[in-house]
Ligand binder design. Structure first.
Ligand code: ADP
Ligand code: ASP
Ligand code: MG
Length: 420
């Protein structure tokens, strides 16, 4: 039985900035999209701003404002994606393929009112479905939405993936393809570790953990949305048509490797509070103050109290280090801490894998690899799927290579990689 185009499953493809960096690349992506239409006649394409456009817009804003933020900042940043979708749709039309470019607002992507870090609340898919029914490729601007009051919002850096995932979920697409400049999800950033391995398949949980620990190939919120709505993700190269990494709830493999990724995060700051009174409610107050100021915490370590005082350490993004410094003064005033220290230019390295907690010796191997490189570990934290160490930022690249070598060097070929 043949499937009519109206019944064909919807496929959502997201092209990142590196895939549409130049006019020439946009023409190539148009050709790729047209080739995909043969198998997937109902195609929705989410697109990011060209190359470094968003960085340039951020830099422009910083030249006119000390701390650009809020409504106008979002209006500015959203412009990058508007350029990219318009060009891609023009390129498709030029090749005789019906296409329509839509901004976040035109694709009816409703968000909350949190400028610069908006969250999607709903997508009214009527317009998108109508355009698909007219036989058009629907090209949607990534990274942006609109509030009930018609204000333009953006989702935070790297948020184009969130658009792809949310559109795929709303349309119940058969797959959300994340088309990028690498071959899939690898055991480390291939730009740093050229012999990193491409996984044919990983779980949503592994993808989320890797993404939140710094693997920027996929936004963690995109993986969360697809997990929640049961949409398979296919992270693949936009430069060729070979398969990349599937992220989905699949039949577990018999012998999965314990470590699937070595990740790094360079732009972090470490905040240490000294002389924190050892009594109930203090930690709650500290982290409520941080939450009220919307400071995201990446990692928390509290040492056992000694003589009724404790030390609390946590990690924040480098860019909010100044705001953490302001808070320390508040806490000293309130008697929550005797003193505090914010150290910028730190980095975090992590090993990630769903079998981490059930495999003994992995943390020891990671620490030993760092020690062999003479790299000092500042603090350590671990969870079911991750062991993370804070180290000096200028040692991160060397640390990632050493730890990756420990787990993926000749000595431990992984079952998944062998099957690839
Ligand atoms: P896009 O422009 O397509 O959104 P990004 O630059 O956001 O692309 O993400 C792709 C980049 O993610 C790659 O170029 C690579 O340097 C980086 N990366 C970091 N860690 C990993 C990893 N474990 N696997 C694949 N890519 C990774
Ligand atoms: N253009 C936005 C950014 O550079 C969103 C994205 O690329 O995913 O952060
Ligand atoms: Mg990206």
């Amino acid at each position: 039985m043949s499937v009519t185009s109206i019944d064909a499953p919807i496929v959502v493809q997201k092209y990142g900035g590196s895939s549409v960096a130049t006019a020439e690349r946009i023409v190539q992506i148009a050709e790729r999209v047209i080739a995909c239409l043969v198998d997937h006649p109902r195609l929705v394409v989410a697109v990011s701003a060209m190359g470094k456009t968003t960085d340039q817009l951020v830099s422009l804003a910083r030249q006119v404002s000390g701390r650009p933020h809020g409504r106008e900042y979002d209006l500015l940043l959203a412009a990058g994606e508007q350029i990219a979708v318009s060009l891609l749709a023009l390129a498709l039309q030029d090749k005789g393929t019906a296409a329509i470019a839509l901004t976040g607002a035109q694709s009816r992507m409703r968000t909350d009112n949190a400028f610069n870090r908006a969250r999607i609340q709903s997508i009214d898919t009527t317009r998108i479905l109508e355009e698909l029914a007219r036989g058009r490729v629907v090209v949607i601007a990534g990274f942006q939405g609109v509030t009930d009051a018609d204000e333009v919002t953006t989702f935070g850096r790297g948020g184009g993936d969130i658009t792809g995932a949310a559109v795929a979920a709303a349309l119940k697409a058969s797959v959300c393809e994340i088309c990028t400049d690498v071959d899939g999800v690898l055991s480390a950033d291939p730009n740093l570790v050229p012999d990193a391995r491409v996984w044919p398949q990983i779980t949503y949980e592994e993808a989320i953990e890797m993404a939140s620990s710094g693997a920027k190939v996929l936004h963690p919120r995109a993986a969360e949305i697809c997990m929640e709505f049961g949409i398979p993700i296919h992270v693949r190269s936009s430069f060729h048509r070979r398969p990349g990494t599937w992220i989905r709830q699949g039949v577990p493999e018999m012998e999965q490797p314990s470590v699937v990724g070595v990740t790094g995060d360079k732009k972090i700051a470490k905040v240490t509070l000294f002389g924190v009174p050892d009594r109930p409610g203090i930690a709650a107050e500290i982290f409520k103050d941080l939450a009220d100021r919307e400071l995201l915490i990446r990692l928390i370590i509290q040492s056992a109290a000694n003589e009724a005082v404790a030390r609390i350490t946590f990690i924040v993004d480098d860019e909010v280090a100044d705001r953490a410094r302001e808070l320390i003064l508040v806490w000293k005033d309130k008697g929550i801490a005797k003193d505090g220290l914010v150290e910028g230019h730190m980095a975090k390295i992590a090993i990630v894998g769903s079998r981490l907690s059930s495999t003994p010796g992995l943390a020891a191997r990671m620490f030993a690899a760092l020690a062999r490189e003479g790299i000092n570990i500042d603090c350590i934290s671990s969870s079911e799927m991750k062991v993370a160490c804070v180290i000096a930022a200028d040692q991160l690249d060397r640390a990632i290579k050493a730890v990756h070598g420990e787990f993926f060097g000749q000595s431990e070929p992984s079952s998944r990689a062998l099957r690839a």
